[in-house]
Design a protein around this ligand. Structure first.
Ligand code: 13P
Length: 342
């Protein structure tokens, strides 16, 4: 393991004004996204779509890293340039999702555990050789009647820490992603409790398993009301509760926190991050590692038609720019008019 390499790359991943694009949708998830625009999930459609994102002119101003899927890290742009080489040429760090998805947790109805530890050491070596410099693993925590159980929190955080230690051993920066889902009608307080228990447990596990905090990025959910909650908390409350929860659970030594968007609307995800950074400075960089909240408008504008590529790139650039501004608390709703006017 090169401590210096992972510390340097962790700092790059949360560079000022920038964040991470999560483009690591598994086959099942990208199919769902493509179904929503009525195009079929062929290998060539997936490749073209990812090329559209990665070749958006100027996107490197706001994007420090891209999380790829196993298929994508092996694909190339039309001109034959492998995606990891293309990204590295723009100064964007290539990363890779290494988990194998959330599977039902034995003896715990309604809960899951993320799999993928078997053979991980060998896969990490291959990914490093393919150009990856960081990794991602997502553990999923459900809120429900009597959920989450301590059993689900412990098994998921234990696996996350095992993955993180192996990644660092391979000189890859682990993105440690414990996601408390926003599905349900629960209150923001319930989300706070489940998240606090999860984040506490993850740092206990990371410490036991000797993970270097300076060489990792935490990718948590924000503290939100459930999607179907009848009175959802507003931007200021979300920012306040999220900061409170993170300050209570995340050690100062962690280089950066890069939120997932988790089903928030694009503009909500930007406004929440902006409000948190406006209330800074904080002990860690507060950034984004969004999938849907960065891609949704681009996907809609593209709908699989090559004639729409430049318009889709324009809206993708705009979302990246808005989130880049949210890194310093300088985003405003006014910025949303720029793309409409363009
Ligand atoms: P969303 O921002 O769409 O939640 O995706 C982020 C991610 O990488 C989930 O693992």
């Amino acid at each position: 393991m090169s401590t210096k390499e992972i510390e340097t790359n962790a700092i790059k991943m949360v560079a000022a004004g920038k964040g991470i694009l999560a483009a690591d949708e598994s086959d099942g998830t990208i199919k769902k996204r493509f179904d929503s625009i009525n195009i079929s999930s062929t290998e060539e459609n997936r490749r073209s779509y990812r090329e559209l994102l990665f070749t958006t002119k100027g996107v490197e101003e706001f994007i420090s890293g891209v999380i790829l899927f196993d298929e994508t890290i092996r694909q190339s742009a039309k001109d034959g340039t492998p995606f990891p080489t293309l990204l590295a040429g723009l100064g964007i760090l290539p990363g890779i999702k290494v988990d194998k998805g959330a599977k039902p947790l034995a003896g715990a109805p309604g809960e899951t555990v993320t799999e993928g530890l078997d053979g991980l050491r060998d896969r990490l070596k291959e990914y490093y050789d393919l150009g990856a410099r960081f990794t991602k693993w997502r553990g999923v925590i459900n809120i429900g009647e009597g959920l989450p159980t301590p059993y689900a929190i412990e098994t998921n955080t234990h696996a996350l820490a095992r993955y993180a230690a192996l990644s660092q051993e391979a000189s890859l920066v682990p993105i440690v992603e414990p996601e408390v889902l926003m599905d349900g009608s629960h209150s923001i307080e319930t989300c706070y409790e489940a998240s606090e228990a999860t984040f506490k447990c993850i740092f206990e596990e990371l410490s036991k398993q000797r993970v270097l905090l300076e060489g990792m990025i935490l990718k948590p959910n924000m503290i939100l009301s459930g999607k179907d909650c009848s009175s959802r908390a507003g931007v200021e409350e979300v920012a306040e509760q999220t900061l409170h929860c993170l300050k209570a659970t995340v050690p100062d030594g962690v280089t950066g926190i890069a939120f997932l968007s988790g089903g928030q609307t694009d503009e909500e995800a930007t406004a929440h991050l902006n409000a948190m950074n406006a209330a800074g400075p904080h002990p860690w960089e507060l950034s984004f590692s969004y999938g849907r909240a960065l891609q949704a408008p681009a996907l809609k504008a593209w709908v699989g038609e090559s004639d729409n590529v430049s318009n889709a790139q324009k809206v993708f650039y705009h979302r990246a720019k808005c989130n880049g501004a949210a890194r310093s608390g300088s985003y405003s709703a006014e910025m949303e008019k720029e793309v409409a006017a363009a």
